[in-house]
Ligand binder design. Structure first.
Ligand code: NAD
Ligand code: TYD
Length: 356
């Protein structure tokens, strides 16, 4: 049985990864460490609250003592580091926390993995691995043509992508210097269930349903390369279990769409299936994001050729599945917009403390 230390597993991708892995592997143990910032939501994990294979621990990845206890208590085989401050707009107004969590937190995890996994100089326990979940945003922005490959120079523009780049550099440095077994995955924009509604797709779905204005930055022609979150989870699983040590793998499914196309697709779906009074009149072009990257596009050849990964969900299907998920989970969204989701996890913790 393998034990995974999954950080940030109460956030969007981490939650999906936890569900993906529990479904795929019977014999597995997931230690899910999350600080429960505004982006962490215990309500995401209610479906597995009685699953003994999943152990949730509220802790900050920057807290050496708390994380060290987990290395001491559990025989950890893999660290999968999702925990991060993840929103570009927030990084523009408050970069410091991005350095703290994304850089310092990653460094802390690297130090603890090295300390607990090293058996002698440069030699590590059999089969262990540190997987850093990174982003295509570390490569910067593309013009109209070309794709990001693993050898594209790192050229981040936002404080978010700068912090993720710094973290990637530390992960690579721990491999190059101490031979720590690592992989880095760099994925394009994810969409799907449990995404916090500060991000484009859930924000637009929620606003459309409530007849609120739909803010489109700049001319709406910035391009993102969208991947259904489950396909990202599959890629991470394959890299943990088959990725060559020390390698970077780009993950993306060639689903480039301008933002305005995404917004219009969501309006059309809701108009057709839910409420025919909504229309594109809700769209409001607003001031552009500072330093707004124009285009992202991933070349996923390496992960396809090396590991046989391919995306299973076409964008046209994934976007319908996603909109439908938010329609089926209106309470989940309401708990976030009202702030009640914060109380929810507190209540759950008070109960756990009583049970203990
Ligand atoms: P998210 O913001 O939804 O979730 C982040 C989670 O990390 C939250 O549960 C939060 O509580 C937790 N967290 C934050 N600071 C922490 C800390 N100091 N200690 C412990 N936990 C902490 O983010 P997401 O969209 O799920 O992204 C997960 C990872 O994937 C991030 O590393 C992000 O850079 C990367 N990524 C995201 C995308 C995307 O499109 N969302 C694409 C590529 C890569
Ligand atoms: P976002 O979901 O924040 O992801 P990222 O910045 O990591 O790519 O934004 C996706 C795209 O949508 C990005 O080009 C910015 C744009 N955007 C809007 O036009 N309006 C919005 O309200 C938001 C949140 C994003």
């Amino acid at each position: 049985m393998k034990t995974y230390l999954v950080t940030g597993g109460a956030g969007f991708i981490g939650t999906n990864f936890v569900y993906y892995m529990l479904k795929r592997y019977k014999d597995i143990r997931l230690i899910n460490v999350d600080a429960l910032t505004y982006a962490g939501n215990m309500e995401n994990l209610t479906d597995i609250k009685d699953d003994q294979r999943h152990i949730f621990v509220q802790a900050d990845i920057c807290d050496s003592e708390a994380i060290e206890k987990l290395f001491e208590k559990y025989d950890i085989d893999y660290v999968v580091n999702f925990a991060a401050e993840s929103h570009v707009d927030r990084s523009i107004t408050n970069p410091e926390i991005f350095v703290q969590t994304n850089v310092q937190g990653t460094l802390n995890l690297l130090n603890l993995a090295k300390k607990h996994w090293m058996v002698e100089d440069d030699v590590y326990k059999e089969g262990v691995k540190f997987l850093q979940v990174s982003t295509d945003e570390v490569y910067g922005s593309l013009q109209d043509t070309g794709y990001f490959t693993e050898t594209t120079p790192l050229c981040p523009h936002s404080p978010y992508s700068a912090s993720k780049t710094a973290a990637d550099c530390f992960v690579q440095a721990y491999h190059d210097t101490y031979k720590l077994p690592v992989n880095i995955t760099r994925c394009s924009n994810n969409y799907g269930p449990y995404q916090f509604p500060e991000k484009l797709i859930p924000l637009i779905i929620n606003n459309t349903l409530h007849h609120k204005q739909l803010p489109v930055y700049g001319d709406g022609m910035n391009i993102r390369d969208w991947l259904y979150v489950e396909d990202h989870c599959k890629a991470i699983d394959m890299v943990i279990n088959g990725g060559r040590i020390g390698e970077v793998y780009n993950v993306g499914g060639h689903n480039e769409r301008p933002n305005i196309f995404i917004v219009k697709t969501i309006i059309a779906y809701i108009k057709e299936n839910v409420d025919d009074s909504v229309s594109e009149a809700l769209i409001q072009y607003v001031e552009d994001r500072k330093g707004h990257d124009r285009r992202y596009g991933i070349d996923p050849s390496k992960i396809k050729e090396d590991l046989g990964w391919y995306p299973e969900t076409k964008f046209e299907d994934g976007i319908c599945l996603t909109i439908q998920w938010y329609l089926d989970h209106k309470k989940w969204m309401e708990h976030i917009t009202s702030g009640a989701y914060m109380e929810y996890y507190q209540a759950m913790y008070e109960k756990k403390a009583e049970d203990a």
